[in-house]
Design a binder for this molecule. Structure first.
Ligand SMILES: Cc1cc2nc3c(=O)[nH]c(=O)nc-3n(C[C@H](O)[C@H](O)[C@H](O)COP(=O)(O)OP(=O)(O)OC[C@H]3O[C@@H](n4cnc5c(N)ncnc54)[C@H](O)[C@@H]3O)c2cc1C
Length: 392
């Protein structure tokens, strides 16, 4: 039996950071938005969750940073880099309305975005797995089809289909989105949550083939991660995490012994970065569906938040007739690439682990400079109806 169909302006596949943010902005701009996800509200996912400044600036501009803080997410006021013989603390200076960074668990951030989308009028359906896109007689994408939790066929036609469906995006596959750039480096990551570990902000430790760090997060927990080549991490697990942390920083390894360890850790096997062409007739990609950077850069969420706004602006411009779809979506594409490619290239080099201790400071300077450009871009995006309408 077919499930009743609906025909919103935009159907978004994926209800996490990219999908939730895009839906929020589109619904605030007055579009009829449907979001579908095969997962469930508030579920965790395989990801650490440090936000960089551009991401925090976005959440603040959208009026959602108070909810992040109210969920008990600690303010991060310092980032300390360790490399070669140096320990470099950097104080987070107030700018663009934010005076701290945050690393909310995905069980916190994603529901805040989905709640904001719902509050703005978007419909969100969990338990629906999309299997393909639909096309009109001209070949233009005009909807999606899949199955709901009961196994019933679901079809939604829409003016635009947005793939916010992550690394293994079914939308990107169905539209055969071309890969524009492929990375060559990939790190594997193993991480877990320690209770009662008193850390002063983000810690990033860079040693050849043994990177590690600490990310303070909700519930008095600190995410400890170890990143190295996939061969080094192997099948992962607690012993590997300890070994890599000890190789990166014996002092941090010692401190772990003073805190309550997690019952288990999670392991990501690594995947080289990619940049896909993010749009075509009737479709667009956002978040990991369009663009994956190695987690060593801790930047995927910030990318997703930035691109959600760039894409939402493109769709609202096309929907209002203020620009053609081709012009508006091409602007999204070009802006994304202009900001992302410098980040992509330096993160890919770091992820390749082929640098020496003498070279890593310069790579981190390049990363920092690319992130500053990104902050200027997102901070300059004010005065859009979807944003202005959102001020609490
Ligand atoms: C180990 C690791 C550590 C990381 N650490 C950081 C970090 O510290 N900071 C940072 O910024 N980034 C980090 N990242 C990257 C970050 O996790 C991603 O960039 C982020 O998850 C992208 O969000 P998204 O919304 O695009 O996709 P996702 O979070 O993957 O969400 C996609 C959603 O689409 C749904 N979906 C998929 N297919 C279908 C389908 N066919 N039908 C219906 N629904 C579907 C899924 O259920 C999911 O809910 C890390 C990643 C990893 C793997």
């Amino acid at each position: 039996m077919n499930h009743p169909s609906s025909s919103p302006d935009v159907v978004i596949v994926g209800a996490r950071t990219a999908g939730g943010a895009t839906a929020t902005l589109l619904a605030r701009a007055g579009l009829d938005v449907l979001v579908v996800d095969r997962s469930r509200y508030g579920a965790d996912t395989l990801s650490t969750h440090a936000l960089m400044r551009a991401g925090v600036v976005q959440i603040h501009r959208w009026g959602l940073l108070d909810a992040v803080a109210a969920a008990g997410t600690p303010a991060v006021r310092r980032t300390t880099f360790t490399y070669a013989d140096d320990e470099v603390p950097i104080t987070i200076k107030p700018s663009h309305g934010v005076d701290a960074l945050y690393a909310p668990r995905r069980t916190v951030l994603d529901p805040i975005l989905v709640d904001a989308a719902r509050a703005a009028g978007a419909r969100v359906q969990y338990g629906t797995t999309i299997t393909d896109v639909m096309r009109d007689q001209t070949g233009r994408v005009d909807g999606v089809e899949g199955r709901d939790a009961a196994g019933r066929i679901v079809r939604h036609t829409a003016r635009w289909v947005v793939g916010a469906d992550g690394l293994r995006s079914i939308v990107a596959k169905a539209v055969d989105a071309p890969i524009e750039r492929r990375g060559t480096g990939a790190t594997a990551v193993v991480y877990g949550y320690w209770q009662g570990l008193d850390v002063d902000g983000y810690r990033w430790i860079f040693r050849p083939d043994a990177c590690a760090g600490a990310i303070p997060t909700n519930d008095d927990q600190t995410c400890i991660f170890a990143a190295a080549t996939p061969a080094h991490i192997g099948r992962g697990g607690m012993d590997v995490l300890h070994d890599v942390v000890a190789a990166a920083s014996p002092a941090l390894a010692d401190r772990l012994a003073t805190a309550l360890p997690p019952a288990g850790v999670r392991t990501f096997g690594g995947l080289p970065g990619y940049l896909r062409a993010p749009w075509g007739p009737g479709w667009a990609l956002v978040g990991d569906a369009g663009h994956w950077k190695d987690p060593i850069g801790a930047h995927g969420l910030t990318d997703a938040l930035r691109d959600a706004e760039l894409l939402a602006r493109a769709i609202t411009a096309a929907a209002s007739g203020g620009a053609t779809e081709a012009d508006a979506f091409d602007h999204y594409h070009q802006t994304r690439n202009r900001v992302s490619l410098p980040l992509f290239d330096v993160v890919d080099t770091i992820a390749g682990m082929r640098w020496t201790e003498a070279e890593i400071p310069e790579l981190l300077r390049r990363l920092s400079s690319a992130m500053s450009d990104e902050v200027e871009l997102v901070a300059g995006l004010d005065d859009h109806p979807a944003i202005a309408g959102a001020r609490p």
